[in-house]
Design a protein around this ligand. Structure first.
Ligand SMILES: Nc1ncnc2c1ncn2[C@@H]1O[C@H](COP(=O)(O)OP(=O)(O)OP(=O)(O)O)[C@@H](O)[C@H]1O
Ligand SMILES: [Mg+2]
Length: 584
């Protein structure tokens, strides 16, 4: 965190260390920064030489040559300043690219419980805009600050070298400048922060309303939301105006101080020139240039500190996530090769939130090749079973075994390789249907996909879409119905040809055509494969080898459809309520 002087040195050190790892670039930038400061400070001195040495001595040929030399120096100054901006930007981009890749790779391996408690918006902000502010540390921050400071030191030294008495008079002005700079820095920091907070507020407001657009329109909230939006916007406008007012103030104030210094110089310098003759005309002109040059960096320094500050706040947030280890422990070393599909839950307890168990002593055993149907009321913990089997979450106690091996002794990627999951709420990427099926696995050919689609009976459905397999699904697959999305997800699972299949049937009602497609696909896909189906459809349930009835986190009954109906217990009641009264 930042200390009283406003700087977080450990964050700065870490960012610089990344910058330094691009050694050649880093060293070049530093050298160019030093050269640039030196050359720009040299120019006024050269003009003094031109006046005192050539113009006042009427040495025209010498003056001509000297002017060519000055032009050359000017060109050099331009070149250096170009290189400085270009290279420091290059370095900034290298650093943020490095950090962004690192951060994304870090987050993408976090366990799901982390995402349950961290809003997506925050992670997006961290990996996009917070990282961008880090660039400012290099772009406008440290390097320019370094050049500016170096310039100030050089200018003061040259001034003292030229005439210490005149220099001393002007230096009196310096503390005034420092005070003004400090003052503005403090005020600007505050208004900048307000500005940023309001921008974040506006962003999340807009994002949320866009995501919940159906709710907004359904409940006729447009007018109300619009009013709130206008309010935040007005606040943001005021914040920006405030920032601008301070900037508008800063420049004239600095100009006044600089004018004051020039006035003192003209009076005192002029006096020395006319009366004592120990200050030349060239000296006075060079001094005027130097004063203007001094105020320029002074004006900028307040802003530089803010840039660095902003960058460091971003860096601090990014490093905080990078320092978190939220990955699932992956200590297993065993590998499953040919899975037979013996799945066993042994007295499993689990809670998403500590102290609030959702699975309470769940036990069941499914034999190779069997299809197990899990039924139960909403919230009974059915989908949670999938989360546990694929190790999205770790259990509190008990054990889960595949072919007699605890899934905790199995290496995580190896475990997941053998399990294909069709989730209740299918997520599709903003890409073509084909890409959504192969998910970047180029070893799966188009022919494989098409013949798999034919096998499970959904080829006709896909080709009926505008561009067949190359149809773009919009964000989250919103352009497809829930049933259609599940069909695509079926195909995705099927081409991966897993040894264990887990299927969480969609709860929302599905049109009859999709219903039949899904039913056929389910039959085909579970054939000869160990499957766990969280069933909401009677047809699926009836075909299962074993039905587990779940209530409040455990199995309360199990058996085949007929056995359970005969028994006349919970299942029979569920059957009556869910499948006999309605149109299911
Ligand atoms: N990520 C989560 N964080 C906290 N609690 C959760 C989370 N996911 C589910 N729960 C809770 O766990 C319980 C079981 O949820 P689960 O999704 O397993 O129910 P389900 O049996 O699949 O219901 P449905 O038939 O509606 O799909 C519910 O009380 C739910 O509120
Ligand atoms: Mg569920």
């Amino acid at each position: 965190m930042s200390n009283s002087s406003g700087f977080d040195y450990s964050g700065l050190k870490r960012v610089l260390k990344i910058g330094m790892s691009y050694r050649f670039l880093f060293v070049s930038v530093i050298i160019i920064a030093i050269l640039s400061a030196a050359v720009s400070t040299w120019r006024p001195y050269l003009i003094k030489e031109a006046i005192d040495g050539y113009i006042l001595n009427h040495d025209l040929p010498g003056l001509f040559l000297f002017i060519i030399f000055i032009c050359f120096i000017l060109l050099l100054e331009v070149l250096l300043s170009f290189l400085l901006i270009f290279l420091s930007n290059k370095m900034a981009q290298k650093v943020i690219r490095f950090l962004r890749v690192k951060l994304f790779n870090h987050i993408i391996n976090f366990k799901l419980s982390y995402f349950d408690r961290t809003p997506n918006g925050i992670l997006v902000t961290r990996s996009v805009s917070d990282i961008e502010t880090i660039a400012e540390i290099f772009n406008n921050g440290i390097l320019t600050l370094m050049v500016n400071t170096l310039q100030i030191i050089l200018i003061i030294s040259v001034m003292y070298y030229m005439n210490w008495m005149v220099a001393s008079i002007i230096i009196v002005i310096l503390p005034l400048m420092v005070v003004i700079t400090k003052l503005f820095q403090r005020v600007l920091k505050k208004v900048y922060q307000a500005e940023r907070n309001l921008t974040a507020k506006l962003n999340s407001f807009v994002q949320e309303r866009l995501t919940g657009m159906t709710i907004v329109q359904l409940f006729n909230r447009q007018k109300k939301e619009f009013e709130s939006f206008k309010l935040i916007n007005a606040e943001l406008r005021d914040a920006f105006l405030k920032t601008n007012v301070y900037f508008a103030l800063l420049f004239p104030v600095v100009d006044v101080v600089s004018a004051l210094a020039i006035g003192m110089l003209l009076w005192f310098g002029g006096l020395r020139t006319a009366v004592h003759g120990d200050v030349s005309v060239g000296d006075v002109i060079a001094f005027i240039s130097y004063i203007t040059m001094l105020t320029q960096p002074m004006r900028q320094i307040a802003d530089r500190f803010n840039s660095i500050q902003r960058g460091l706040i971003g860096a601090d947030r990014v490093f905080k996530i990078l320092d978190q280890d939220e990955t699932l422990p992956n200590k297993g070393t065993d590998r499953l090769e040919n899975v037979r599909g013996n799945i066993e839950f042994k007295d499993v307890y689990f809670s998403y939130v500590k102290g609030n168990p959702v699975i309470k002593g769940l036990s069941f055993h499914s034999k190779p090749g069997q299809t197990i149907a899990i039924v139960g009321a909403t919230g009974a913990g059915k989908s949670t079973v999938i989360n546990l089997l694929s190790r999205f979450y770790d259990i509190d106690s008990g054990d889960i075994l595949i072919d007699g091996k605890s899934i905790y002794s199995i290496e995580l990627t190896n475990l997941r390789k053998h399990i294909a999951v069709v989730l209740q709420d299918v997520f599709l990427f903003n890409d073509t249907i084909y890409e959504n099926i192969i998910l970047g696995n180029t070893q799966i050919s188009r022919e494989t996909v098409i013949s798999a689609a034919k096998e499970i009976g959904i080829h006709d459905f896909i080709t009926s879409l505008p561009k067949g397999y190359d149809t773009e699904v919009n964000e989250r697959g919103a352009s497809l119905s829930v049933g259609q999305r599940q069909l695509i997800s079926f195909l995705r699972a099927y081409v991966y040809n897993p040894q264990i299949l887990v299927l969480d049937e969609a709860t929302s009602s599905i049109d009859t055509a999709s219903e039949i497609l899904i039913q056929n696909a389910t039959e085909k896909i579970t054939e000869g494969r160990s499957s766990i189906v969280i069933a909401h459809r009677l047809s699926t349930i009836q075909q299962a080898d074993q039905i587990l009835v779940m209530e409040d986190g455990k199995v309360v009954e199990s058996g085949t459809h007929h056995e359970l109906i005969e028994k006349g217990g919970y299942y029979q009641k569920l059957y009556e309520v869910q499948f006999q009264s309605g149109d299911n």
